[in-house]
Write a protein that binds this ligand. Structure first.
Ligand SMILES: [Zn+2]
Length: 152
């Protein structure tokens, strides 16, 4: 089962984390409030911390986020939806653009990433929209541990 999210503007860090886990997550601040709410797709679960939004969009599937802490927010979403770790696809999506990143040949990123990164990695991925390059670096290891802890 796949989940799609729409995060209101107060939930930027939560939105990034959901993208990091591979979930398609639209984010109010990247669109514009009018469009965000007007074009709220029915399959998207609305994530909000705002009572006004909860009251006005109560018929839309939503989760009212309780905590200020992004990590606890993420835990709440995982808990309420019963998301299992094997339903996630970590590092498959651009954190800025919310599109799936694609694996590219190593030679394609030569000169576009720092030399030592190019020399020490064999797997590279690129965002088709913003052209940002991704590779499994130390940041990924730390994030991976954080993900493991989420599903303990
Ligand atoms: Zn991108």
């Amino acid at each position: 089962m796949s989940f799609y999210f729409a995060a209101e503007k107060t939930l930027g860090k939560l939105a990034k984390w959901l993208r990091l886990l591979g979930f398609d997550t639209s984010f109010e601040s990247e669109i514009s409030s009018d469009k965000f709410f007007e074009h709220l797709q029915p399959e998207r679960i609305l994530l909000t911390r705002t009572k006004w939004v909860r009251e006005n969009y109560s018929s839309h599937r939503h989760i009212f986020i309780e905590s200020n802490n992004p990590r606890d927010q993420l835990k709440q979403v995982i808990r309420e939806l019963g998301i299992c770790q094997n339903e996630t696809r970590p590092f498959s999506r651009c954190l800025s653009c919310n599109v799936e990143i694609t694996e590219v040949p190593k030679n394609a990123v030569y000169g576009k990433v720092p030399d030592y990164i190019w020399e020490t990695n064999d797997v590279f991925q690129t965002c088709p929209t913003c052209k940002r390059n991704y590779w499994p670096g130390s940041h990924t290891k730390r994030s991976m541990q954080q993900i493991e802890e989420l599903f303990k």
